[in-house]
Design a protein around this ligand. Sequence first.
Ligand code: B12
Length: 508
Amino acid sequence: MRTKNSLILFNPRSANQKHRIPNSILQVGASIDGILPYTFVDGNMETDPLETIKKLLDTGQYKYFGSTVMPGPQLRQAIPYTKYIRENYPEVTIFWGGYFASNQYKVALNSGFVDYIIDAQADIAFPTLVKALEAGKAGEELKDIPNLIYKVDGEIIRNKKDKLPNQDELPALPYGKLNESYPLENYIAKTFMGERTLSYHSSFGCPFTCSFCAVVPLYNARWKGKSADNIMSDVKWFKDKYDIDAIEFHDNNFFTSRRRTVEFAAKINGMGISWWGEGRIDTINKYSDDDLALLRDSGLKMIFLGAETGNDEVLSQMDKGGTQSAQQIRSFAARMQKFGIIPEYSFVLGMPADSEEQVMRQIDSDIAFIKEIKSINPNTEIIIYLYSPVPTEGTELYETITSQGFKFPENLEDWLSPSWENFDLRKNPLTPWLTPQMVDKIRNFETVLNGAYPTQSDFKITGWKKKVLQKTASWRYKTGVYHYPYEIKAMHKFWKYRQPEIQGFYSE
Ligand code: B12
């Protein structure tokens, strides 16, 4: 049923990733069930989402439009569509949420296209806001609504942050409603993990404060997760109804609570479901051998882990020292091999330093460290990101980067330029301390590494193709001659090599 106060909840398209359940808008929908009528529009499932949105708005039933916005490709729809709605349907109230909206709230609100931003978890904040708006409240009257960022008289107001709610007390996700617009079956995908993979999100935040990380400004070192029982009831439902055989956990830090993880592993053990999640080396290293054996037996195939760098000083600069060290990164790779769990190590290269020589020296030493990790455990998957700052105002790192001339765009639409999109993809940041020569060095090494050790999650380059690729790349890998690796690039292009850091594990 729709009335004149309905809401459109929009998930903009995220490049090639069709098959992910749009958990962000699903959870926002759950929070206002029974308060406002709403309709999902999933940009990943529509050929022309703007047409669909226009048709809905033209019914005159929709008073509100809400979009989830993460950096990168989602901006290509989020920004122009929001602008279009503002210009053509000025009576519609516009909400944004998600990581881009929360971290880049200034540029979003200053555009004039967005009225309200929910900063981080929306489950309490959003229904409170909607009820207040429906009651005719505005401006100053909204100042007690937690997690709300908005403008009063041209000035940006950031209301206080709420604590994280008990995740088990939140309403169930409206899978049935999503299924009415987009069959859930279409979100169950073939991936490296399994033939029928579910994407699932079981916790919010992260208890750490790494200075480069976008999660920190949203959650200020707090973490809360659903209980193992609660996760399992969804898993069983998907197993029964959709016969899933794999799960990709989208939590920022699935493994934070050892007790929860072990309990979950014991419960899912024997169900024939493979699973993947993101965690921390220092946290999981505290798990006992028995825990790790249970995790493996229960179906844990691979863990995404932030190794970041092999330099203990830089780890401290990232606020990740103290608990994680280069030695631990090495020994953990070996430990994972013993248990047959693939560690997927992500590295952040190109952090700022006092001089150009120092930045280059650090890049060289990280490349050497990555090669060392590969020699310890060749199954380690390596993901290389270039450091792309997030607005962690007040931190020492943020001071350093701004003093070296780094600035975020001041106009929302500037985020659509190819160079800022690459920044979001952590591929080619507009950071003044990195020279093109440095970026080339990192990219060329990455190409050679992906030639010498093609990712195990690639479906296309297998058998003889893999052998030819590896043979061609291995002399470069061994001798350290990384520049102009055109022959490897050509093979990657021709055989359509996939990069998990951009594409996830999905096959298209
Ligand atoms: C799934 C996912 C993807 C999917 C997209 C899925 C989709 N929706 O179509 C894919 C794999 C495509 C993807 C891509 C990228 N992603 Co991504 N992604 C995630 C991930 C793992 C889960 C998102 C999610 O579903 N969360 C669950 C929901 C329930 O939480 P939520 O989004 O925060 O929503 C809550 C609130 O934010 C708020 N909210 C959210 N939206 C809205 C909207 C409204 C109207 C309101 C009121 C409230 C609201 O309410 C929700 C409920 O409380 C997050 C990390 C995370 N754990 O959130 C990273 C994350 C968002 N991604 C990130 C990035 C950087 C990317 C990339 C741009 C780059 C990269 N190299 O990874 C790429 C883009 C590449 C591409 N090809 O598109 C970063 C963002 C960092 C930043 N700088 O802001 C994150 C935080 C990962 C990280 N820790 O670094 N991603």
